[in-house]
Every structure is written in structure tokens, then in C-alpha cells.
Design a protein around this ligand. Structure first.
Ligand code: 5AD
Ligand code: SF4
Length: 467
């Protein structure tokens, strides 16, 4: 496997580790770290890499934020509320650091890629010791070591993913399901979205690097793989050969030990017939497709620069249901885009009723600096946006409950994940169609693929019986 971590990575790791070991000898205490992750699966997976680096540096993970010696905030910029949470959090650390000057704080992730935001943190929050971005996670030890030597805040941001870093390992959250990056960045520039600015231009990992990582995961007992990318359907375009996303899925399907393949997220304009047909032939592909539509109105889709129409989308749904009639389809919807009329909103409500989605992630448009939508006329009021959000949410809840009820009596494969959060005697996991199910069982089932008969349905989860 290609290895191109920064050449000073290991050297810096060793220097920091030495200091932490010495501290341990002196005090009998091992230093601890805590990572708080905001946002999507991509960020969660980046945090798994950061966690591995922290452990190499001699920091033991702790679940107690208030006790940690090193705090890392991996930020998200997709909507304003995600950002506000980070500002609140980082601001509140100032007094904590005054009381405990030995505490170390790093802030990274999508927000740090945006100049204005990063500069605000730099100026207003000088208690932050290290700032890095989404493209240089492998620099963390080097930057932190520099901070220790120079005793000043260290900031380092790369503009883009010019060469992908290979060779970073992970402290994965789970022992049986794993995130695997396949493509980074996005070239779509939807007019509302900040991701092309925070995650850079699209770039695909080499198939051999991906397959090697997954084979290793399979050897270590991992059963489920979630392939990650802002637009996985665009996989391969930067490889300069004709190897496609479907080719990648076909190769992964051959790997012994892997039982279920998921991926997130797909862009409707790039969902190929080849991929749709793969749902009929690849047995490990999960019975689920997440296909964000954003709006049911062609006027709005056009102004969002989505490059498909409502009719194109419905046609793709029809095709995929011909190949796999019971496939679970989920989507993202954004209400309150600038200029969205009552008529446009009605089109969205009609569309979700027509498709009968299995789940809808419903968002309120949030104005992002630097995007085209920022300067669009007819920004809607808070009241209008919230009213539409509430109306759509209640329609969605009825549809997804109806869909869940249709599964009662069916036997579905479930990867058992954890003790149920509401009932200590129950276990929970996700079905092939990405639905949460709770059922009677014990912890020895964790990590196993089991068959469950669905006995009850709610809006956000289902009840089942182990078979
Ligand atoms: N405001 C609200 N929601 C947004 N999303 C992306 N950008 C914004 C924004 N500016 C939503 C989209 C996307 C999901 C990950 O987040 O629906 O699919
Ligand atoms: Fe954002 Fe559009 Fe790219 Fe998705 S496809 S990350 S919504 S710009």
C-alpha cells in the first residue's frame, strides 16, 4: 500500500511520546485525550484517524471531556447551527484553560478551511493551541510538536487535496463495521453548499489502496463496510482509466468475510444504469440507497445547480425499483431555499408522497458565506422556513411509519450493534435497509449478523424477534 504520510510524522510522534512517557514515570498518570466530532460520517472517520494519532503520541482516549489533557474539536460548516455549537464550545474553554494551563486544545475540520472563520478563532480564541484542516490530518504530530517547542498557537491549513495521504491507520469506533474513504472533495458546487470550499476538488483513492484496506478489515473480522465520499457515484473520474464505482463495488463484493456493503452519498445526476443494475447482481450490496433530492420543484433544483429535474429523479427511482422492488430509499430535503414559493414547496410535499421514502433527512436552508445562494434575492423569513419544515416533517413521519409497518412479519438480516438505548434487556442493530431494530437478546450477539422477524413499527425504529 502506498505510504506518503509527512516524512516528519514518526519523528514528531516519538518526541511527543517520549515527553508523555516521562510524565507518566514522574506522576504515575497517563495523559488522556477527548475528541468531539460535529457533522457527517466523513468527519467521524477523520476523528478515527485522529484518535489513532493521539494514541501513538501517548494519549489514552477518555470519555470524560472535563478530565482530558488534550481536547480536539473536529468541526462542521454545513449549517449555521453546527458552527454556533463550535463557537460556544471553544469560547467556553477559555476559563477552563485559565484554570488548567496544561490543557491542550486543537480545532480542526471543515470550519477551519474557511478563512474568515479560522481567523475569528485565531483572533478571539488564543487559548487554542493547534489549528489544522481537512487535508492535513497527518500533520497533527508535527504541528503539536512545534507548539510544544515554541509555546505558541500553531496554524496550518492546506488549500486542497493535491496528493492523497495514504498510510494513516484508524482507531475505529466499531470492531465489525468500518468506514472506508473512496473519494474526497466535490466538484458540484450546489449553490447552497460549502463543501466544495471545505473539502476541495474531487479526488479518488486508487482501487488497490481501497481493496487492500478492506481485505485487511475482513481479515480482522469486519463484516460491514460503509464507503464514504461526498459523491461516490463520481468515483474513478480522476484515476484516468475506466474503472468505475460499480467496478469497485464488484471487486469488494468478492472479498471473503465482508457481508454487507453500504455507501454514502450519491448524487442523482451521476447514478448510472450500471450501478442500478448492480443492485440486481451484487449480493452484498445492502438493500438501501440514499439519494438526496433536496427539492421537488424544478425551479428550485435549477437554482440549486443540481443538474437534474424532478422527472429525471423519478425515472431513476422507477428503474431501481424495477431491479429491486423492496429497496429502501432515503433522501435529503432542504426547505426554504431563496425564492422557494408555496407552489415549489407543494411540489416537494407531493414528491415525497409519490416516492414514499423510507427516511428523509429534512433540513432548513442555512445561508453560507461564499456560496452563490448567499447573494440570491428573496431570502425567506425564519417563520416561513420553519413553518414549511414543520409541515414537511409531519408528512414525512406519516410516510416513514407506513413504510415501517409494511415490514411487520418480514424476516430481515440485522448486524447487531449495541445494547438498546431504551431497554437494557434488548439489543439493537440496523437492518439491510438501514432501519434501526430493537429485539430481545444479549451482548454476545454484538457484531453478529442475525435474522430478525419484525413484530412492530414506530416512526424511527422497529421492534423484532430473534429467529
Ligand atoms: N443549508 C441547509 N442544509 C444544507 N445541506 C447542505 N448545505 C446546506 C445548507 N446551506 C444539506 C443538504 C445535504 C446535506 C448533507 O446537508 O441536504 O444533502
Ligand atoms: Fe454539497 Fe452538492 Fe457537493 Fe453534495 S454534491 S457536497 S450538496 S456541493
Amino acid at each position: 500500500m502506498k505510504q506518503n504520510i509527512d516524512k516528519n510524522f514518526w519523528d514528531s510522534i516519538n518526541k511527543i511520546k517520549e515527553k508523555n512517557d516521562e510524565y507518566y514515570k514522574r506522576t504515575g498518570k497517563q495523559k488522556t485525550s477527548f475528541i468531539r466530532t460535529y457533522g457527517c460520517q466523513m468527519n467521524e472517520h477523520d476523528s478515527e484517524k485522529i484518535s489513532w494519532i493521539l494514541e501513538l503520541m501517548g494519549y489514552k482516549p477518555t470519555t470524560e471531556e472535563s478530565e482530558a489533557d488534550f481536547l480536539i474539536y473536529n468541526t462542521c460548516a454545513i449549517r449555521e447551527n453546527a458552527e454556533l455549537k463550535v463557537y460556544g464550545k471553544v469560547g467556553s474553554l477559555k476559563t477552563i484553560k485559565e484554570q488548567n494551563p496544561n490543557l491542550k486544545i486543537a480545532v480542526c475540520g471543515c470550519m477551519m478551511q474557511l478563512d474568515e472563520i479560522r481567523e475569528t478563532i485565531e483572533k478571539k480564541h488564543q487559548h487554542v493551541d493547534v489549528i489544522f484542516g481537512t487535508h492535513n490530518i497527518d500533520k497533527l504530530p508535527i504541528l503539536f510538536n512545534k507548539h510544544l517547542n515554541e509555546d505558541r498557537p500553531i496554524i496550518d491549513i492546506l488549500e486542497d487535496n493535491l496528493d492523497l495521504v495514504e498510510g494513516l491507520n484508524n482507531n475505529r469506533e466499531s470492531d465489525y463495521k468500518a468506514y472506508v474513504n473512496i473519494i474526497f472533495g466535490c466538484n458540484n458546487f450546489c449553490t447552497y453548499c460549502v463543501v466544495p470550499y471545505t473539502r476541495g476538488r474531487e479526488i479518488s483513492r486508487k482501487p488497490d489502496d481501497i481493496l487492500e484496506e478492506i481485505k485487511e478489515l475482513a481479515k480482522n473480522g469486519y463484516k460491514e463496510i460503509m464507503l464514504l465520499g461526498q459523491n461516490v457515484n463520481s468515483y474513478g473520474k480522476t484515476l484516468n482509466n475506466d474503472y468505475s464505482f460499480t467496478d469497485l463495488l464488484t471487486d469488494i463484493n468478492e472479498i471473503d468475510g465482508i457481508e454487507r456493503i453500504r455507501f454514502m452519498t450519491s448524487h442523482p445526476k451521476d447514478l448510472s444504469d450500471e450501478l442500478i443494475n448492480a443492485y440486481g447482481s451484487l449480493d452484498k450490496l445492502s438493500n438501501h440507497l440514499h439519494l438526496p433530492i433536496q427539492s421537488g420543484s424544478n425551479n428550485v433544483l435549477k437554482r440549486m445547480n443540481r443538474n437534474y429535474t424532478r422527472e429525471d429523479y423519478l425515472e431513476k427511482i422507477k428503474k431501481i425499483r424495477e431491479v429491486k422492488p423492496d429497496i429502501s430509499i432515503t433522501t435529503d430535503i432542504m426547505v426554504g431555499f431563496p425564492g422557494e414559493t408555496e407552489e415549489d414547496f407543494k411540489d416537494t410535499v407531493e414528491l415525497i408522497k409519490e416516492v414514499e421514502f423510507d427516511f428523509v433527512y429534512n433540513f432548513i436552508f442555512s445561508l453560507r458565506e461564499g456560496t452563490k445562494a448567499e447573494n440570491m434575492d428573496n431570502q425567506l423569513s425564519y417563520e416561513v422556513k420553519h413553518k414549511r419544515f414543520e409541515k414537511l416533517s409531519s408528512e414525512i413521519n406519516q410516510i416513514i411509519l407506513k413504510n415501517n409497518e409494511k415490514l411487520i412479519g418480514k424476516e430481515i438480516r440485522v448486524l447487531v450493534e449495541e445494547l438498546s438505548k431504551n431497554d437494557d434487556n434488548k439489543m439493537s442493530g440496523r437492518t439491510d435497509d438501514f432501519k434501526i431494530v430493537h429485539f430481545q437478546g444479549d451482548e454476545s450477539l454484538i457484531g453478529k449478523m442475525v435474522l430478525v422477524e419484525i413484530t412492530g413499527a414506530k416512526t424511527f425504529s422497529m421492534e423484532g424477534k430473534l429467529i
